[in-house]
Design a protein around this ligand. Sequence first.
Ligand code: SF4
Length: 144
Amino acid sequence: MLLRLPGWPCLRCGECCRRYQVRLEPAEAEGIAGRLGLTGIEFRERYGDRRWPGESSMLLRHENGGCPFLERPAGSGDDLCAIHDFKPSSCREWTAGGHRQECRAGLARRWGLTVDSLGQPAGPDEKMRDFRLFVDSLVSDRRT
Ligand code: SF4
């Protein structure tokens, strides 16, 4: 079964949110803090990595092996961002793709698929069917 993705959607595998810590400039941290009903100081204390030096920027700490805003709703296999509507610019600008080792890892872990020489998902038909259902479901749900 072939599935040609014109552009890769976020696979909701959480790989990038587990691998990397997000750095925030003060203005962006303040903005997110405000959306969460926190002061900048409260936000930094609750979500900042205390090992990060200085106060000219902050690094989101990791909890349970990933970003503190990464969540998996009960009964779902999707890893979602709890602050998707106002997530950091570096998260919004990060695009998924078959060339990304993170997306390849998520594709393998979650669907048991690989990436072919054209950068497209490949694998057994039944796994490709599951993956197609997932991709189709994203059309009505754009949270990532
Ligand atoms: S803020 Fe959201 S998108 Fe960014 S790393 Fe955390 S969970 Fe992932």
